[in-house]
Each structure stands twice: as C-alpha cells, then as structure tokens.
Ligand binder design. Structure first.
Ligand code: ATP
Ligand code: ZN
Length: 210
C-alpha cells in the first residue's frame, strides 16, 4: 500500500484545527514537536509539518499528495492544485483599508496611490480587474503600520475581526477575497483509494459539526 503524505501548517493559525480534523478522522499520530514528519500509526499516511507558504508548491509538485492551507495562500502562490474540500475553519477576508481620516471611499480613488500588502499577486489582479493603476508595495508583515509611517496610502491585508485595523486607525472599504482553509491535492492525478477514504472521513467529520 502506498503511504500518502499530507502537508499541514507547523505552527500558526491553522495548525491546531488541522491537527484536530485529522485526529477526528480517527488518525493516530504524534503532534509536531521537533520532527518535520510524523507517521500515522493506523493509516498509510505521513504528516509533514511546514510553513503554510510552502504547502501549495509541495502539493503541486507531488512531494505531498495532500495539503491543508488557506485559499489566500494558494491563490497568492499561483500553484496549480486541485481543491478537494473546504474545511470551514481559518475563515478570513482580504480587505483594502485606509486611514480613518482618508477621503478615499471608492476603488477608483486608489488611482496613483501606494498600497502596502503581503499579497501582491492577489492585489495586482484585483486592481487590474477594477482598472486601477496603483503602486503595490510588498512588505512581509505588519502592513497596518504602513499608512502611519507614510509608506502607503492604503493597505490590503487579512481581516477577521477588524481589531488590528481599528487599533491602527484604519477602516476597511473594499473586500478583495474571502478565504478559508481547504484540503488540496496534486492536480491531474487519479485519487488513490486511501485519499478517497480520508476524504470520506473528513466529510463525515464536517457533517457531524454542522
Ligand atoms: P507560517 O509561519 O506558517 O508562514 P503565517 O504567519 O504566514 O504562518 P498565520 O498567521 O498562522 O500565517 O495564518 C495562517 C492562515 O490563517 C492565513 O493565511 C489565513 O488563511 C488564515 N487566517 C484566518 N484568520 C486570520 C487572521 N485574522 N489573520 C491572519 N490569517 C488568518
Ligand atoms: Zn506564512
């Protein structure tokens, strides 16, 4: 029997729920401590603990057969993978926000402005679709401080409760993308019986939660 590999986030916002859903499928394994790989003792599966940004490529290239990652990360990576199942956790929205005192109220008013983001691919596509020429400034984190530092006129970042925006004097005005965690698989390969079995278990766990 082939041993499948599933890539999940090593630590961060998706780690706990990813582990939980696999455990709820009846899989028995040691959680990530220091080793990158954990073997499941009662299913032909190995779990790879990775940074979420690396998961789409691993699955695209078939190094992992499956992965659990946010749709935002998949889209940003440009990786070609197949979406097997939405998982109902890790929900968030990528939004454009401006300072509270900004007079920008419409997307067209971003013309010529600088927008700081960690999601340049998704943002560029959105701006193109809306026929706006803006300057996208890529920074890897804490984009909310951009406007306060005079680095940008607006930001495009993940918002879940809006608390971070608020405490940085920003208000959201446009929704760029909704995201949640999804189970992905390598594209263009026939699903192995073990993958189908796992998928079925995941779906019944999700159904039981409804
Ligand atoms: P890594 O160290 O694995 O690269 P990270 O810092 O990039 O982790 P996290 O902050 O752990 O990422 O977020 C992982 C994913 O959780 C996000 O890509 C997104 O899909 C989802 N998510 C849900 N709510 C939020 C939120 N409020 N802020 C950021 N991400 C969120
Ligand atoms: Zn990341």
């Amino acid at each position: 029997m082939k041993t499948l590999k599933i890539a999940i986030q090593k630590s961060g916002r998706l780690n706990e729920k990813s582990v939980e859903i696999l455990k709820n499928c009846g899989l028995s394994f040691e959680n990530y401590k220091s080793s990158l790989i954990s073997s499941v003792s009662n299913f032909p599966l190995e779990i790879l603990f990775l940074r979420d940004d690396d998961i789409p490529e691993y699955v695209q290239d078939g190094i992992a057969d499956l992965g659990i990652v946010g749709e935002n990360v998949i889209t940003e990576s440009g990786a070609q993978v197949s979406y097997l199942q939405k998982l109902s956790f890790g929900k968030c929205t990528l939004k454009i926000a401006v300072p509270n005192n900004s007079d920008i109220t419409e997307i067209s008013e971003l013309e010529g402005k600088a927008i700081a983001t960690s999601y340049p691919v998704i943002l560029e596509k959105y701006l193109q679709e809306n026929n706006v020429n803006a300057q996208v400034r890529t920074i890897s984190g804490s984009v909310e401080i951009g406007p306060g530092l005079g680095l940008s006129d607006a930001i495009c970042d993940i918002v879940s409760t809006g608390g971070t925006l608020k405490s940085n004097g920003l208000k959201p005005f446009a929704e760029v993308m909704k995201s949640e965690a999804v189970l992905i698989g390598t594209a263009g390969v026939e699903l192995e019986p073990e993958v189908l079995e796992l998928l079925q278990r995941i779906r019944s766990v999700l159904r039981a939660k409804e």
